[in-house]
Each structure stands twice: as structure tokens, then as C-alpha cells.
Design a protein around this ligand. Structure first.
Ligand code: 5GP
Ligand code: MN
Length: 327
């Protein structure tokens, strides 16, 4: 049984630990990458041995973050030391650590969890979860304080990226006063808002730009205009010279359409089909679509991976959405 703890209790536990592996979720996003890196910088400042491990290694979208070159891939290679403590960060359930991440997590006698997904029921020995936090990075700011570490410029940049990307640059409904307070702390500690947001939101590769066009061109919409979906196949990726990470953010264009209440982007993956889901409140896409299908996430942004071909997975998901809309 894992024990629910406060940030302060998690900090006390971490203070007594060393040789720590910080593990993020599969297809690491800005929050998973920035939060693990910030905590890594903090633990190093405390004189501890730590390593950031992400499934697939350093994500190309965030390879410019301070410390990104030191990220290890949970799926391959050996770590510089054998960790005895695993800290899962931004991971809503054990399975989201990926195969290598789960193995690494399980190999550690000490296991902690820090997360902000409402659907997280806790795993490992102890877990601190605040489902109201817009990004787990909000909680990392508190954790760094509780550890007694002074936030430096590197931590600040990583944390600002993590917070900004998980709340739609302070525009999603998850944005709360504490989100701004945490971001303000980052700016005070030296995060360059103009440069960071340019890198995040006003810079994209040719492949990513082409992919946006192609995915939007393939858009379909239900007769009543409430559900929009599109597909992202390996062929399309190849055609655009893009990679899977380049799909991040495209689904927002679907949910932003007038009248659309639920949006789906179905993506081919080697393990089956990943479905990215978005909703406009009050539709709860985590509770009513992702969770019944075996996935999870947040009220308005959730996802699931189904072990079936893309068309089957899409059909199944659209049927669940239709039922939920009729409720
Ligand atoms: P995205 O669509 O951006 O990949 O994911 C949105 C949110 O849905 C993420 O924050 C994550 O919590 C959740 N999510 C995405 N994919 C999966 C999945 O395969 N399984 C689970 N449990 N949650 C997912
Ligand atoms: Mn997150």
C-alpha cells in the first residue's frame, strides 16, 4: 500500500535519500521534462547523486533546457550509478513510466511519487498528489522550497517551461493563483519569459509546420458539429519529415473550433493507437472517455493507448464519446 504524504513530508523523505533516479512519463512533455530537470538541479545543489530518466530520452522539443543533455533513456543504456531511490514525476499511473521506467522504478528499494493528475491513485511507497495544480512543476517549486534549496536560473527556466506548457501559457481552466505565484518565483529567479515563450510558441521546424497542415487537412467532424477528429499515421509523419513529438499542440486546433465539444487525434504507435483527447467544460473527457477506455488524464485533456489498429481505435473512442454526449 502506498502512503499519501504532503510536499513537506516528501521533502523530509528526499533529504534522507541519495542516488536518486527522477523518472517522467512516456512521451515526455514540457512538464515532465522541465520538472524532472529542475528537481535534478535542486538535488545536485544539495550534493546528492541524481539522474533524470525519460522514456525515449531527451525530447527534441525541449532539448534546449538546461541539463537536457544529461537525460538518460529509460529504454536503453546504463546509468552512471545504481539508484536506490526512484522519484516518479508527472506520472499518473505506474504503467505510464513505460517498460524501462517501470523496471527502474521497481528496482529501487525506495519509491516516491509526485504528481498532479486527479486520476492518480498512488503507487510506490509514498505519493504526494495535488490534482488542482496546473502542472506538477507548481509542486516542484514547493518541494524545492521545502528542501531548503534556493531556486537558481537553471531551475527557474526548467520550471517556467513546465508550468507554461501544462496550462496553455496561463490560459487553461487549470490556471490558478498558485500557478502564477509559482511562475512569478521562476521569473524572480531569472527565467527569461520573452526568450522562453519564443522558443516554446513562436518557433517550429519545417516538419512540424507541414504536419500541422496535413493533420488539419484530414480533419473530420460529426454531423452535429460537436466532435472533431483527425489521424496521424506513420506515412504522414514520413511525408512531412516530422517525428511523433511534432504532433504536440495540433489537437488544440480541433477543440478550438466553434461548436466542438470533444476532439480526438488518433496516432499510430508501435504498441497500437494513441488517442489524444480534449474537451470543453463541462464535458469531462478523462472521466467519461479516457478512463472507461483504460486511460486517464485531466478533465479537459486526457488520453489513452489502445492495442488495436488506428481505425478500430478511433471508431471505439468515437462511440464512447457519442454515448457520453447523449447522457
Ligand atoms: P496528450 O494528449 O497531451 O498526450 O495527453 C493529455 C493528458 O492525458 C496527459 O496529461 C496525460 O495525463 C493523459 N494521457 C495521455 N495519454 C495517456 C495514456 O495513454 N494513458 C493515460 N492513463 N493517460 C494518458
Ligand atoms: Mn503535467
Amino acid at each position: 500500500m502506498s502512503q499519501r504524504v504532503t510536499i513537506e513530508q516528501l521533502a523530509d523523505w528526499l533529504k534522507a535519500r541519495d542516488e536518486i533516479a527522477l523518472i517522467g512519463h512516456v512521451f515526455p512533455d514540457g512538464d515532465a521534462t522541465g520538472s524532472t530537470l529542475a528537481l535534478w538541479h535542486a538535488l545536485k545543489a544539495m550534493g546528492k547523486q541524481a539522474v533524470v530518466c525519460l522514456p525515449g530520452g531527451k525530447p527534441s522539443l525541449y532539448d534546449w533546457l538546461p541539463g537536457a543533455d544529461s537525460i538518460f533513456d529509460t529504454e536503453e543504456g546504463t546509468l552512471p550509478f545504481v539508484p536506490n531511490t526512484a522519484m516518479s514525476v508527472d506520472v499518473s499511473e505506474r504503467g505510464r513510466l513505460g517498460e524501462g521506467g517501470m523496471k527502474l522504478f521497481d528496482s529501487c528499494p525506495f519509491q516516491g511519487v509526485l504528481d498532479h493528475h486527479k486520476t492518480n491513485e498512488g503507487f510506490g511507497q509514498l505519493y504526494a498528489v495535488d490534482g488542482d495544480a496546473a502542472a506538477v512543476a507548481e509542486l516542484v517549486v514547493d518541494l524545492i522550497d521545502a528542501l531548503g534549496v534556493q531556486m537558481d536560473e537553471k531551475m527557474a527556466e526548467c520550471l517556467f517551461v513546465a508550468i507554461s506548457t501544462d496550462c496553455g501559457n496561463f490560459s487553461f481552466s487549470n490556471t490558478r493563483p498558485h500557478t502564477f505565484q509559482a511562475a512569478a518565483r521562476c521569473v524572480e529567479a531569472g527565467a527569461d519569459v520573452s526568450r522562453i515563450t519564443e522558443d516554446l510558441y513562436r518557433t517550429r521546424s519545417l516538419g512540424r509546420t507541414k504536419l500541422l497542415g496535413v493533420v488539419l487537412a484530414g480533419l473530420e467532424i460529426s454531423q452535429d458539429g460537436k466532435v472533431a477528429w483527425s489521424r496521424l499515421t506513420d506515412d504522414l509523419l514520413q511525408f512531412c519529415g516530422a517525428n511523433q513529438e511534432d504532433s504536440e499542440g495540433i489537437i488544440n486546433y480541433l477543440i478550438e473550433m466553434i461548436g466542438v465539444q470533444v476532439a480526438v487525434l488518433a496516432m499510430e504507435r508501435k504498441e497500437g493507437t494513441k488517442l489524444s483527447l480534449r474537451a470543453k467544460a463541462p464535458f469531462n473527457v478523462a472521466r467519461d472517455v479516457a478512463v472507461p477506455l483504460g486511460g486517464g488524464g485531466h478533465d479537459c485533456a486526457a488520453g489513452v493507448t489502445l492495442k488495436m489498429p488506428l481505425e478500430d481505435a478511433l471508431k471505439k473512442t468515437l462511440a464512447v464519446i457519442r454515448k457520453a454526449l447523449e447522457k
